[in-house]
Design a binder for this molecule. Structure first.
Ligand code: FES
Ligand code: FE2
Length: 361
């Protein structure tokens, strides 16, 4: 298992950005214990509906706030009070800002005691956290597809895939990987390009699929290092795909997958929902081919990059900005922003660009 330092990503071990930490519906069953970025967190929904993410361990004696299922305060459904949470061991209560705000048997409560609280958002059925190794506020917005709020589209229910013993760098390499589309996916392309816009990395590609007698055109983009969206036109069918990756520990990566499709009817019938599920399952089958490669490969610390490979090194440079000091990010943008082409794969036509609309706005 290779780590961030093996890929020379430093100085930070974990990247900054928005990352999926749960599917929203998971919180309906109560508070969650999650582990990402080598740390344990308590995640819960307050009575107002607000999402709260805190460092997991109580200041008193180190109890995990949300890992207990059998403490009576949890069983009785009394752990959440307003938007605060009580520790299951002795009942100390923390507010959504992480500050201790009540001790049941001690007055006054020492209000300077606090756990760290993290910025979380609910976006497209996902709970996303802003992770920043320098503890600074978000530098950019998480992505949002306009179609998510359009009732004609069937919302995804995420596939929760295994934690890969693979660094996120190897997943990111896919963005440049023009030559795997044929052997791995049976979908060789006629054109291919990458474009970088600050914290966004775009891949445009397309080609005629003989097996299906249809043209496939995709625009795939990362918003930061952890969130991939892909707009895919296959013949007359339009689909969006989400692939989210979040570091669990250095070199271990949790992955989620979803697909968004338009239904025949509003409100959706059971058949519409089943059809959407089939589209997502089909997209997952295609993605599983990548996933299986990653699960079984040795780390590509160095890539033997040939002339007609994609621009792996450039994508790796773009990815490294999220591991570098915030003060240096502008240098990455100045150096990398713009389009990058591969000899033999001409630029996408205007038709492809028109399909993008305001995707990156
Ligand atoms: S360990 Fe949390 S209240 Fe005692
Ligand atoms: Fe792939």
């Amino acid at each position: 298992m290779a780590k961030a330092s093996d890929y020379n990503l430093g100085p930070h071990t974990f990247p900054r950005g928005w990352f999926v930490v749960a599917e929203s519906s998971e919180l309906d069953a109560g508070p969650l214990a999650v582990r990402f970025f080598g740390q344990d967190f308590a995640l819960y929904r307050g009575d107002s509906g607000r999402l709260v993410m805190l460092d997991a361990y109580c200041a008193h004696m180190g109890t995990h706030l949300t890992a207990s299922r059998s403490a009576i305060i949890v069983v009785d459904g009394k752990q959440i009070e307003g938007d605060s949470i009580r520790c299951p061991y002795h009942g100390w209560r923390y507010g959504p800002d992480g500050h201790l705000n009540d001790i049941p048997y001690h007055d006054p409560c020492p209000k300077t005691v606090a756990l760290k609280s993290y910025a979380v958002r609910e976006v497209m059925g996902c709970v996303m956290m802003w992770h920043d190794p320098e503890g600074a506020p978000a530098l950019f917005e998480p992505p949002l597809l306009q179609e998510w709020d359009d009732p004609a589209w069937v919302h995804w229910r995420l596939d929760h895939l295994d934690a890969l013993q693979v660094h996120g760098q190897e997943l990111m390499d896919n963005m440049a990987d023009v030559q795997h589309l044929g052997p791995t996916h049976g979908a060789p392309c006629e054109y291919f390009e990458n474009e970088f816009i600050d914290h966004i990395c775009i891949q445009r590609q397309g080609g005629f699929q003989k097996a299906y007698d249809a043209f496939l055109a995709t625009t795939t983009w990362y918003t930061g290092p952890g969130l991939l969206l892909s707009k895919q036109e296959f013949g007359r069918v339009l689909t969006y795909e989400l692939i989210a990756n979040t570091p669990v520990d250095d070199g271990v990566t949790q992955v989620w997958h979803g697909a968004l499709t338009r239904a025949q009817n509003v409100p959706h019938t059971e058949a519409d929902i089943a059809a959407a599920g089939q589209v997502q399952a089909g997209a997952l089958r295609a993605f599983s081919a990548d996933f299986e490669v990653w699960r079984n490969k040795r780390p590509a610390i160095r890539i033997m990059q040939l002339h007609k490979d994609g621009p792996f090194r450039t994508v790796r440079q773009w990815y490294a900005q999220f591991y570098d000091e915030r003060a240096k990010i502008g240098q990455y943008h100045a150096r990398l922003n713009g389009r990058h082409h591969i000899p033999g794969f001409e630029r996408p036509g205007d038709q492809h660009m028109a399909m993008e609309g305001g995707l990156f706005a």
